[in-house]
Design a binder for this molecule. Sequence first.
Ligand SMILES: Nc1ncnc2c1ncn2[C@@H]1O[C@H](COP(=O)(O)OP(=O)(O)OP(=O)(O)O)[C@@H](O)[C@H]1O
Ligand SMILES: [Mg+2]
Length: 278
Amino acid sequence: MARTTSLIDPAPDIIADKGVTDQNDVPILVQDLTVAYHRKPVLWDIDFSIPEGKIIGIIGPNGAGKSTLLKAILDLIPKASGRILIYGKPYRQQRAKVGYVPQRESVDWDFPVNALDVVAMGQYGKIGWFKPVTRKHKTLAMESLERVGMADYANRQISQLSGGQQQRVFLARALVQDAQIYFMDEPFAGVDAATETAIVKLLQQFRSIGKTVVVIHHDLQTVKDYFDYLIMLNMRIVATGNTSEIFTPENLQKTYGGRLTLLDEAVQAIAREGDRRL
Ligand SMILES: Nc1ncnc2c1ncn2[C@@H]1O[C@H](COP(=O)(O)OP(=O)(O)OP(=O)(O)O)[C@@H](O)[C@H]1O
Ligand SMILES: [Mg+2]
């Protein structure tokens, strides 16, 4: 079948690669997006689409607009212009397909709920806000806590967990959502090496069953290992594409500007990788 062409079709590379026919197969399509806080734009002219079934990294310096981009996709903040489609439709029609793990600092941890409740509430998208959480939902929530090694803390108040434990609880919550696309805002921030490995394994499991995972990430050293595809952002899109093609010193320079200490490390990491391959 011939591929439909229209103005709203800026992702020919993805479409050609996968041999699919239209934007209903594209997990996220962002067109002409501008977002402003108090009339000051923080994201400009953002256009990109992402492929299905990959682990996608969003990288860029502090204040680049990474969290803002996720919030715009999830309709948590208004857009100044542009549109965002999730499998060809606006977010409000696709809510059940989307899971979100917020940046830890942005969560009100004094909210009086225990770990099990936080995970069980992840199913609200499916069971409706005002319906009670049933035994079945609690059982599923408990299974998810077990999968992330947090079953022993099920009855602990969320504010009384360590940062890494809170992060695991939020992953368990993402697990019960059974979404098609997951967005995670810095899931590795402040977690120890074992937790980071556990999270990466979980993301890879998601990928192996065809789910798409979008992760905001800061550690440039691990970018090549973790991500198939990258969005390099600094208020505008610097580059999007396969990590092996676009994670270059030039693009890093464009994304991070003069922050050379950080860049030096990344450039050295890329160079080391090149040496290994030779
Ligand atoms: N609620 C808000 N009101 C006003 N300005 C905001 C608000 N939230 C974010 N900003 C500003 O928008 C810009 C982008 O912020 P955002 O949180 O998206 O950055 P980020 O890339 O996620 O950074 P970080 O790596 O520090 O998490 C920053 O300049 C920030 O100060
Ligand atoms: Mg952020």
